[in-house]
Design a binder for this molecule. Structure first.
Ligand code: GLC
Length: 357
C-alpha cells in the first residue's frame, strides 16, 4: 500500500479510489480503469461573493514537531527563538502542521488533551509576539483517510473545540481544515465536510480566514475537485513538489523513495512547470478566491546546489503569478535551517530571495 501511495502522489494520478480497491483485494486492472473514470473535468464555479484580501506573502512551514505523534519524537521541538529567526529573515507567516487527532478522545465528545492544547496556545502566543501570521493546519489524520465514515464527525468536533479556543485571537491566526486529503477521504465528501467544519467555525469565528484543500494529496490534480462556499474569508490551497522523483529522491522517511541521483530540470521540465503554473492560475480564476501554495520544497537528500536551483525557480515562478507561498520546511525534515550551527542554509535563503538580519 505504501508503495502505491507514493506512486499515486508521485505521478499525480487520480487514484484514491484505486488505492482502496487494491487495498481491499480488487485487481489492478479494475483500479486503473477507475482512476481514469474518476478524473473529474474542471467545473464552472460561479462565485457570488467578493473574497477578503489574504494578507500572506512569505511563509515557511514549521513542520516536523507538532505533527509527530508527540512533539520531539522526530527530534525537533519548536522554540521561540525559531520564530524570531524566521521573522528576521523576512517571512511574515508560518504554517504549523499539527496532529490534533493524536491528542483527543477517540469517542464523543472527542475532547482535546488540555496539556497538548496549552502547548499550542504557547506556540500561537510566540507567533503573535513575533509578529508572524500563524496557520494552524490539522495534519496527518490517517484514520480519517482510511475510514472517513467514522472519523468525519470527529474532525468536525475537533474543529469546534479549536475554533472556540482561538475565537478571541487576532486575525493573524488562521485555520486550515485538513492537510492533503487522500485515500478514502476523497471526492465530493471532502468539499462537504470542509463546508460543515466551516459552518461550525463560523459560529464562534465569523471572519477568521479558513483554508480549504482539494483531494489527491492536495496536489494540482485535486484542484479541479475543490468547491468553495460563498464566504468572503475562505482561501484555497495547493501543494507543489513536482517532479516528485526529484524532490523526494532518496527520502529516508519513505518506504520506497525514488532513486537518488535525479537531476532537475530535465529536458521539457521547465515547460512542464509553466503548464502547471497556468493550471494553478486557472484554478484561482475558477474559484474566485486567493490560493495559497501551502507547501513546496525539496528534500535534504538532494545536493544543495540543485535544491537551491529548484527553490529559486519555484519561488520566482510563484511570485510572478502573485501567489503567496509557504516553503517546506524550516527544520525537522526538508531543512532550510541548520540547528546544529543555528544558521540558515545560505543558498536556500538566497533562493527564497530572503536575507537574515
Ligand atoms: C506533507 C506530509 C509530510 C511530508 C511532506 C513532504 O506535508 O504531510 O509528512 O513531509 O508532505 O513530502
Amino acid at each position: 500500500m505504501e508503495r502505491l501511495r507514493s506512486f499515486c502522489r508521485r505521478s499525480g494520478l487520480v487514484c484514491a479510489l484505486g488505492t482502496i480497491l487494491i487495498g481491499t483485494g480488487v485487481g489492478v486492472a479494475v483500479a486503473q480503469g477507475v482512476w481514469q473514470a474518476t478524473k473529474v473535468p474542471t467545473r464552472t464555479h460561479v462565485s457570488t461573493i467578493a473574497r477578503a484580501p489574504f494578507p500572506v506573502e512569505r511563509c515557511i512551514n514549521v513542520a516536523g514537531a507538532l505533527e509527530a505523534p508527540n512533539e520531539g519524537d522526530w527530534g525537533y521541538k519548536i522554540r521561540e527563538r525559531d520564530f524570531k529567526t524566521i521573522r528576521a529573515a523576512g517571512f511574515d507567516t508560518i504554517r504549523v502542521p499539527i496532529k490534533f487527532s493524536a491528542h483527543a478522545m477517540e469517542q464523543a465528545p472527542y475532547t482535546l488533551d488540555p496539556v497538548f492544547m496549552a502547548r499550542i496556545d504557547e506556540v500561537v502566543r510566540w507567533a503573535i509576539r513575533n509578529d508572524l501570521t500563524i496557520i494552524l493546519n490539522l495534519c496527518h489524520y490517517t484514520e480519517l483517510f482510511e475510514n472517513p465514515d467514522v472519523h468525519e464527525r470527529r474532525l468536525v468536533a475537533l474543529w469546534a473545540q479549536i475554533a472556540t479556543r482561538y475565537q478571541k485571537t487576532p486575525a493573524k491566526v488562521m485555520f486550515e481544515i485538513i492537510n492533503e486529503p487522500q485515500e478514502a477521504f476523497s471526492g465530493p465528501r471532502v468539499n462537504k465536510v470542509q463546508a460543515e467544519v466551516l459552518r461550525i467555525i463560523r459560529q464562534t469565528n465569523p471572519t477568521r480566514t479558513v483554508i480549504f484543500a482539494g483531494d489527491n494529496w492536495g496536489n494540482i490534480n485535486g484542484m479541479d475537485n475543490l468547491e468553495l462556499p460563498n464566504d468572503p474569508y475562505v482561501v484555497g490551497t495547493v501543494h507543489y513538489y513536482q517532479p516528485f522523483e526529484f524532490t523526494h529522491q532518496g527520502a529516508s522517511w519513505m518506504d520506497d523513495p525514488p532513486p537518488a541521483g535525479r537531476i532537475w530540470p530535465r529536458l521539457g521540465e521547465t515547460l512542464a512547470l509553466q503548464k502547471d503554473l497556468a493550471q494553478i492560475a486557472a484554478f484561482r480564476e475558477r474559484i474566485q478566491a486567493p490560493v495559497l501554495l501551502g507547501e513546496y520544497g525539496v528534500g535534504v537528500e538532494v545536493p544543495m546546489r540543485l535544491r537551491a536551483d529548484w527553490t529559486r525557480a519555484m519561488t520566482s515562478a510563484f511570485k510572478e503569478i502573485n501567489m503567496p507561498a509557504c516553503y517546506f520546511n524550516f527544520t525537522g525534515g526538508f531543512d532550510t535551517y541548520d540547528r546544529s550551527v543555528e544558521q540558515w542554509h545560505a543558498p536556500l535563503l538566497e533562493a527564497l530571495q530572503l536575507r537574515p538580519k
